[in-house]
Design a protein around this ligand. Structure first.
Ligand SMILES: Cc1cc2nc3c(=O)[nH]c(=O)nc-3n(C[C@H](O)[C@H](O)[C@H](O)COP(=O)(O)OP(=O)(O)OC[C@H]3O[C@@H](n4cnc5c(N)ncnc54)[C@H](O)[C@@H]3O)c2cc1C
Length: 506
């Protein structure tokens, strides 16, 4: 299908002038897409259940017209609207106490062009559904993060990334998109048309408008061959640049607890090759048993923190046999995200990676014994990406090493993490680190302006397309606009019923 058709399917025009409708008529018209207040979807909790909210109203529209009605109603009632994809963000990015718009029914694949290697899909489609449909056309996304449960809109507006020093964040594959603005206008934008809006919307945190549809580059379906080996940390450190460049997709799991790194290096392959791993005693341990054992011991580590250290060593040992896995791209690029977790991730300039890792190693060796110190219960994840030109992408203009830390929450229970993350943040900041927007951090406009050359351009676009701030939730007001006060406190959406994270571990 020609590019012109793709453009047409991205933009359809409004027919009715909504300004002529009364507020009560608007309420009647949006009623079919209001989630009943008794439904579980009328409340919101993110995937890790670390942030919760009860929006005033939750809408689940099926088409652009319904979205337009919701925006018109929000304007008349002076309400904000938070757009939600799959609700995975490990922060309050998707939270609101005002109107919430779930995109779960805006989830179609619209156009497939196998010759020009692009597709057009709705912003609410989940990557896993898109991948399944692409496979039937013998196509695939070029890269993925650790999971495919996210919605396309959530992926591109947070600069979600995978790994590969020659690969940019996933949103860089977007060729064009259509956006429903606060005033109900549907706008087409790309690198050639409405460029500013395009570069602000990719990694725009849902604050420029609702991504209705996305034209995205794909490639013929491919297989990856991934080699996994465990090596001493010092060896990896000394040869980091070679290791990062040894394959198209290199991911490192660093176990500071036993000073080792699991290196996962994946390349495209056409060879038909069986999976193999070095046979050992460990191969006989069923994965589910390890999973349950680890979770149980992580639970005990809430009482005897030093156990976390030994569990991490056990997991590192369990996973240490060399292994080769061959499979379709998605199955190799994704990772096993086992447990609910607290997490934060920072993007530092690739050139600083070695020095930064040395500092992290020295800190982690002393962390458990310091005041309010914590035994980390995680491996640290290191990934890599190429520079891009998306205004607020943490990889904007620089080769990037992404460093993520995790504290698993066994059985979803609270664990200590705040002081640990604060110290991690301080180290990342000292290397000009930029935080992953979907994950919690403490930066405000003063620091962000220094880190992002187009920060003020971004704010200018928001002021232009959404002068009333309809798409600004508490997270955006706090980090982008530097607002303070009880209504936008960072812990606003963290309250639990029963055992409270905040009172116990703050
Ligand atoms: C287990 C796990 C693994 C993860 N792995 C990775 C990883 O490997 N790499 C990585 O970079 N990140 C990773 N993340 C983070 C994740 O990719 C982001 O949080 C992503 O935004 C989640 O997508 P979502 O659809 O759930 O978005 P949500 O959490 O629902 O929303 C996130 C943001 O997207 C906006 N948004 C969503 N849809 C639209 C739309 N249609 N139009 C406009 N704005 C929209 C929302 O307003 C909000 O600002 C992971 C998260 C988890 C929980």
């Amino acid at each position: 299908m020609a590019m012109q058709d793709a453009r047409h399917s991205l933009v359809q025009n409004a027919s009715v002038d909504l300004k002529t409708l009364s507020v009560s008529a608007l309420y009647d018209l949006v009623a079919p897409c209001v989630v009943p207040s008794g439904s579980p979807s009328a409340r919101f909790a993110n995937w890790s259940r670390t942030f919760h909210c009860t929006p005033l109203v939750v809408f689940e529209p099926c088409d652009v017209e319904q979205c337009r009605l919701i925006f018109e109603l929000a304007q008349r009632e002076q309400r904000t609207v938070r757009i939600v994809g799959a609700g995975l963000s490990p922060s309050d990015l998707a939270c609101t106490s005002d109107f919430m718009l779930r995109t779960s029914k805006l989830n179609k694949l619209r156009v497939v062009d196998p010759e020009k290697h692009f597709v057009v899909c709705d912003g609410g489609i989940k990557l896993e559904d898109l991948e399944r449909e692409l496979a039937t056309h013998n196509l695939a996304l070029r890269n993925l993060g650790s999971i495919s449960m996210q919605a396309m809109g959530g992926v591109i507006t947070t600069a979600t990334h995978g790994t590969g020093i020659e690969f940019k964040v996933l949103g860089d594959d977007v060729l064009s998109l259509s956006l429903l603005l606060a005033d109900g206008t549907l706008v087409y934008c790309s690198r050639h048309e409405n460029q500013d809006l395009f570069k602000a919307t990719l990694c725009g945190l849902g604050s420029t408008g609702l991504v209705i549809s996305v034209q995205i580059r794909v490639e013929p379906a491919f297989q990856l061959r991934e080699a996994q080996v465990t090596r001493p940390f010092d060896e990896i450190l000394a040869n980091l640049d070679d290791i990062v460049h040894q394959a198209q997709h290199v991911r490192l799991w660093w176990y500071p607890q036993n000073k080792s790194v699991r290196v996962c290096s994946a390349n495209r392959t056409t060879a038909i090759e069986p999976e193999h791993s070095e046979p050992s005693f460990k191969s006989f341990q069923p994965a589910f048993l390890t999973h349950h054992l680890v979770e149980f011991f992580l639970f005990l580590a809430r009482i005897w923190p030093v156990l976390a250290y030994y569990i991490a060593r056990y997991v590192a040992w369990m996973e240490s046999a060399p292994k080769v896995v061959v499979g379709e791209s998605g199955s190799i690029l994704r990772a096993d995200c086992r447990f609910a977790q607290h997490t934060t991730e920072w993007a530092i300039p690739y050139e600083h990676a070695q020095t930064c890792l040395i500092q992290l190693r020295d800190w982690l060796e002393t962390e458990p014994y310091s005041e309010n110190g914590t035994y980390p219960n995680f491996p640290i994840e290191l990934r890599f990406s190429a520079p891009d030109d998306i205004w607020l992408s943490p990889a904007y203009g620089r080769r990037t090493c992404w460093i993520g830390i995790i504290q698993f929450k066994p059985y979803g229970l609270p664990v200590r993490y705040q002081e640990l993350f604060r110290r991690f943040e301080a180290i990342m900041s000292s290397y000009d680190g930029r935080p992953h927007w979907a994950k919690p951090h403490h930066l405000g406009p003063h620091q962000l302006r220094r880190l992002y050359p187009h920060f003020d351009d971004f704010v200018a676009v928001l002021e232009r397309v959404d002068p009333m701030g309809m798409f600004r939730n508490e997270n955006v007001r706090r980090h982008i606009f530097g607002e303070r006060g009880p209504a936008i406190d960072p812990r606003l959406f963290k309250q639990h019923k029963g055992a409270s994270d905040s009172s116990f571990y703050a």
